[in-house]
Design a protein around this ligand. Structure first.
Ligand SMILES: Cc1cc2nc3c(=O)[nH]c(=O)nc-3n(C[C@H](O)[C@H](O)[C@H](O)COP(=O)(O)OP(=O)(O)OC[C@H]3O[C@@H](n4cnc5c(N)ncnc54)[C@H](O)[C@@H]3O)c2cc1C
Length: 447
């Protein structure tokens, strides 16, 4: 039986990123990937990475002419349902081909010393006499293949084949995602029929959770939409959107469908001999369900602890617990806060109220730029407050919506503070999780 320090399940962006970093620290790393190399990263074509993330995360930055590069843009418009008052946020974004970029990350992992076994599917864990993980059972070339490992990392995407296979009392949440915990995303690749409509950036309609963005063809676009429940429901929202949003005339070239987690991550992401990342740990952004770089942020936080745990042979839940604390106190708290705000506001506000928020200046360019770290000028806050007051006086904002927004803000502050107080050791975790559950019950799920 082959023996490794680490077996990583899945050679998507998360598995490859982790493999490189652990191999660089001198660990023997094997990635098992159920797909052949030619199919890795083919679940859809185009995805985005913000320019600033390449340096922050130490990942390759393809440029025009490279196989993985598709396009880039800087203008990100946010629009009201009628698209009368679009706001512009400046943020440099690079569009990449998922297959080619995944291969690039796979090649980096291999160059660092990790081995990748394609067409090898995880089936189950192996446990030692003490009931702790000591490897995996996989299927390779039609045969069962056992591989020993001190740490197994589940990077298998939203199926979370490792996490959901663990015994319920193993010390980590094992429930699979439900239809309410994910976005069903439909991408329409189109050719724009009128040159005056060629895109200089993307536009996002929060009311419909939909967007139009550039694609590899400068004369084309991707019209996307994400919704919970089902693809049918997403299509029904798209039909509603087409009634109000003045989409440019287009010819449909192809449709891609995919799903992405839209729920909180497990409170703990470690267990004895086990670590979870990527979509398998629901590490997607709570603003839009994107998960490539947000997962890398978690792994960047985790890698020193994983390295030490392996070197000291302490690959236990207790020793690796600081990964939970570091993550939950930082990106975890930020995502929890945004989720609470978005769920509360999006679920409560009606069409006319969304329309009013853009028209009145409650939502402004400055406010949106602040989401990327720019300071909010005092006049922006004053304008937003004036918008609220006038909205209530003119009955364009319902009191019930304001109350819901107030409750969302309270929940957002509460859940964020709670995450920042994540216990430093497993002692106290049960009480912490109980309280977090209680706040999440109040937050609810996005409709
Ligand atoms: C339409 C759409 C558009 C998106 N756009 C963006 C975007 O612009 N930017 C962004 O950051 N995110 C985006 N996302 C989300 C992003 O795609 C995911 O968050 C990200 O790909 C997750 O990477 P991962 O490595 O965790 O999982 P995956 O990419 O799903 O990789 C998991 C790997 O595990 C393998 N695997 C599964 N089961 C087994 C098994 N039993 N044994 C071995 N291997 C197994 C799979 O074959 C796969 O290769 C989008 C999602 C969708 C659906």
């Amino acid at each position: 039986m082959d023996q490794y320090d680490v077996v990583i399940v899945g050679a998507g962006s998360s598995g490859a990123y982790l493999a490189k970093r652990l191999a660089q620290r001198g660990h023997r790393v094997l990635v098992i990937e159920k797909l052949p190399k030619t199919k890795v990263g083919t679940k859809y074509d185009i995805f985005h990475i913000e320019q600033r993330e390449f340096a922050r995360l130490g990942i390759p930055r393809p440029v025009k002419g490279d196989a993985a590069w598709a396009f880039e843009f800087e203008k990100n418009y946010n629009a009201d349902p009628l698209t009368l008052y679009p706001k512009c946020q400046l943020n440099h974004v690079v569009g990449l081909h998922m297959h080619e970029y995944t291969l690039l990350l796979n090649a980096e992992a291999e160059a660092a010393g990790a081995k990748i076994l394609y067409s090898c599917a995880f089936e189950d864990f192996m446990y030692n006499e003490a009931g702790k993980i000591c490897g995996v059972v996989s299927r390779y070339r039609g045969r069962e293949k056992k591989i020993g490992a001190r740490l197994v990392a589940d990077c298998s995407g939203m199926a979370a084949v490792g996490r959901t296979r663990l015994p319920k009392d193993y010390g980590i949440e094992t429930a699979p995602l439900t239809d309410e915990d994910m976005f069903y995303v439909i991408l329409r690749y189109v050719t724009l029929l009128d040159p005056k409509d060629y895109l200089d950036g993307s536009t996002f309609w929060a009311y419909y959770k939909s967007w139009i963005a550039p694609c590899a063809d400068p004369h084309g676009a991707i019209i996307g939409l994400g919704a919970c429940h089902s693809f049918d429901y997403a299509e029904s929202v798209f039909a509603e959107m087409e009634k109000t949003v003045p989409l440019p005339p287009y010819r449909l070239e192809k449709i891609e469908k995919g799903r992405t987690p839209y729920t909180r991550s497990p409170y703990s992401m470690v267990a004895d001999g086990f670590f979870v990342s990527g979509d398998a740990g629901n590490l997607t952004k709570s603003v839009n369900g994107e998960g490539v770089t947000s997962s890398m942020v978690q792994m960047q936080l985790a890698v020193n602890t994983l390295d030490r745990a392996l070197k000291l042979n302490k690959v236990t839940r207790d020793y690796m617990w600081e990964i939970n604390r570091k993550y939950n106190a930082s990106q975890g708290a930020e995502f929890a806060m945004l989720r609470a705000l978005l769920v509360g506001v999006v679920n409560a506000a009606g069409f006319d109220e969304f329309q009013y928020a853009f028209e009145s200046g409650i939502i402004s360019d400055e406010l949106l730029n602040a989401m990327n770290g720019a300071p909010i000028p005092a006049k922006t806050i004053v304008a937003a407050l004036k918008g609220f007051v006038c909205g209530v006086a003119s009955k364009r904002l319902r009191i019930s919506t304001l109350k819901a927004a107030g409750a969302a803000l309270k929940n957002a502050v509460e859940i964020s503070s709670h995450y920042k107080r994540f216990p430093a050791s497993p002692a106290g975790f049960d009480a912490w999780a109980e309280k977090a559950d209680e706040i999440y019950n109040r937050i609810g799920k996005i409709r």
